[in-house]
Write a protein that binds this ligand. Structure first.
Ligand SMILES: [Zn+2]
Length: 58
C-alpha cells in the first residue's frame, strides 16, 4: 500500500492543503480514471477546496 499525496492551495485562505489517497497497485502510476474529484480540507480555516477532473476530447 502506497500513499499518494496530492497538494494544492486552499481556495479560501491560500494555505497549502493536501489529500492522501491510498493505492494498492504500487509504483508511480496514477490511474486518473479512478479520480473524478478530490477534496482538500483546510485545517487552517476549516473550508474544503474541491478539484474536479474532467475528461474530454478536442
Ligand atoms: Zn484555508
Amino acid at each position: 500500500m502506497i500513499i499518494q499525496v496530492f497538494k494544492t492551495h486552499c481556495e479560501n485562505c491560500g494555505e497549502e492543503v493536501e489529500s492522501k489517497v491510498g493505492v494498492s497497485s504500487g509504483g508511480n502510476e496514477i490511474i486518473i480514471d479512478f479520480i473524478d474529484g478530490m477534496e482538500f480540507y483546510c485545517n487552517d480555516c476549516g473550508s474544503t477546496t474541491y478539484i474536479e477532473v474532467e475528461k474530454y476530447t478536442r
